[in-house]
Design a protein around this ligand. Structure first.
Ligand code: BGC
Length: 480
């Protein structure tokens, strides 16, 4: 996956015609929708769980299994998305993801038997896996350099906006439609509506000229480029750049991924993504309303605090990543999450075995609520975006696709582990227990940061690659 072509430095001097704005608009919209659908599916569970329970009677373990199958689909989708990107092309892969998102939400809305409903959620995860690989790839190949950075950020932001949006609409629907057999279909249809926009919108996208050239369909690449550039010589120049980039990619041997330096950096990326999940974020994203319920807190505060704080504090992360650097943010985030997880655990420990939630005092409730708010803030400004950013920066070119695919799969696998076990772990070991487990992982994450994670702020990808191949210790690959 070489750098995008509309983004090469020469292109900035190539005059673009009036169609250009329209195309950029579509690219932004689809990128936004890809992220939004990721968030809608990720955030769906939190405020739909009681409604799902009313309709399907799954119990704690069954509910968890239904929630977590999204991650299994995500793993497989991410695994196969490289093949889709290559053989179907970028545009058709996006159409496929849009089709899966819309058709599977609509089928879910018919409230089929639990087997089929679960299969649909698996398929939605599969679509999320495809979208989260193809959207950034498509952007890197087609978005102009001037907006590429903000496009990457937009994708992240839209995930958190999606999580918030579905949390809010699910609360609203459950309040208005008290019959769960009416409410649940409507909840699925909200996802379906955005998915249909993505599905039909994708048809209006241009195919990536890079993919067209890769497939030997140069004439079609010229047609796409002629919508963007006015002069024939600019179109020819662009095609030439693309061809050169493809040729130099071919020169890069895949054998590089079996080299010691690649394995080293791959393990770093894997562990980083593992910790991004083992700090416990998706316990909160999925089950915060349920967990607040265990402490006797219900209502809007319990249902909307996590997604709201998560969305709001993803905005400052964007600037802080460049100002403070990646590693400092990760440290600060881990410390905040450590302290707040311990505080939340103590709050639950002090509640003890009170079985009637109305008997629980104000103090533990307040401590729990404040801890969760600060915990989510800590994650949203740091590990949320930064783990992904570092993984997109550290792999040498010949292993970038492989590296990002593997680390994404690891992220999804551990997300599935947390989603699939958090509540039953609490049931088996006491409500406080899991908070201390996640606090323990925050400590391990900090040790890992200290010894193995490089600061990649302000260093070029080439510099990182050169140092990596020269055998520099991982933590010294970037700026110290
Ligand atoms: C994580 C997701 C999580 C989301 C919350 C992402 O960076 O990978 O698992 O649900 O942040 O905003």
């Amino acid at each position: 996956m070489a750098a995008g072509h509309f983004s090469s430095s020469q292109n900035n001097s190539r005059p673009q015609n009036s169609e250009f704005k329209k195309i950029v608009f579509w690219i932004c919209t689809i990128a936004a929708l890809g992220g939004l659908l990721f968030g809608l599916d990720q955030g769906f569970i939190a405020n739909s769980l009681p409604t799902i329970e009313d309709v399907y009677h799954l119990g704690v373990e069954g509910g968890e299994a239904y929630a977590a199958v999204l991650a299994t689909g995500g793993v497989i989708g991410a695994l196969l998305s490289g093949l889709f990107a290559r053989f179907l092309g970028r545009k058709r892969s996006l159409i496929l993801a849009g089709f899966l998102f819309s058709s599977l939400s609509i089928v879910s809305a018919t409230l089929p038997a639990i087997g089929l409903l679960t299969a649909c959620r698996f398929g939605l995860g599969f679509a999320v896996g495809i979208a989260s690989f193809i959207v950034p790839l498509y952007l890197s190949e087609t978005a102009p350099a001037s907006i590429r950075g903000s496009m990457g950020t937009l994708f992240q932001l839209m995930i958190t906006i999606g999580i918030f949006l579905i949390a809010a609409t699910n609360v609203f629907i459950a309040k208005i439609f008290t019959n769960p057999h009416v409410a649940l279909p409507l909840m699925f249809l909200v996802i379906g509506i955005f998915a249909l926009v993505m599905f039909f919108g994708s048809f209006a996208l241009p195919e990536s000229p890079r993919w067209l050239v890769l497939k030997g369909r140069k004439q079609e690449a010229v047609t796409v480029l002629s919508k963007i550039f006015t002069h024939q010589k600019d179109i020819d120049g662009e095609i030439e750049d693309i061809q050169q980039a493809i040729d130099s990619d071919k020169g890069v041997s895949l054998g590089g991924i079996f080299k010691g330096y690649f394995i080293k950096i791959l393990v770093m990326g894997i562990v980083l993504q593992m910790f991004q999940q083992l700090v416990g974020i998706n316990m909160m994203i999925y089950y915060a309303p349920t967990i607040f319920g265990y402490a006797g807190m219900t209502g809007l505060l319990a249902m909307l605090t996590v997604p709201t704080v998560n969305m709001i504090f993803t905005f400052p992360a964007i600037r802080l990543v460049e100002k403070w650097g990646r590693k400092k943010l990760l440290y600060v985030g881990a410390i905040i999450m450590l302290v707040t997880m311990v505080a939340a655990g103590l709050a639950f420990a002090s509640i003890g075995n009170i079985s009637d939630p109305s008997q629980i005092g104000m103090l533990p409730k307040a401590v729990l609520l404040i801890s969760v708010i600060i915990y989510i803030f800590g994650f949203a400004v740091s590990w949320g975006p930064v783990a992904w950013i570092i993984c997109s920066e550290v792999f040498p070119i010949e292993g970038r696709e492989v590296g990002m695919t593997i680390t994404t799969i690891v992220n999804w696998s551990f997300a599935g582990l947390v989603m699939g076990n958090a509540l039953s772990f609490m049931k088996a070991h006491g409500n406080a227990s899991i908070f201390f487990v996640f606090a323990g992982f925050c400590i391990l994450a900090m040790l890992f940061l200290k010894f193995f994670v490089p600061e990649t702020k302000g260093v070029t990808l080439e510099e990182i690659e050169r140092k990596l191949k020269a055998g520099t210790p991982l933590k010294d690959l970037g700026n110290n």
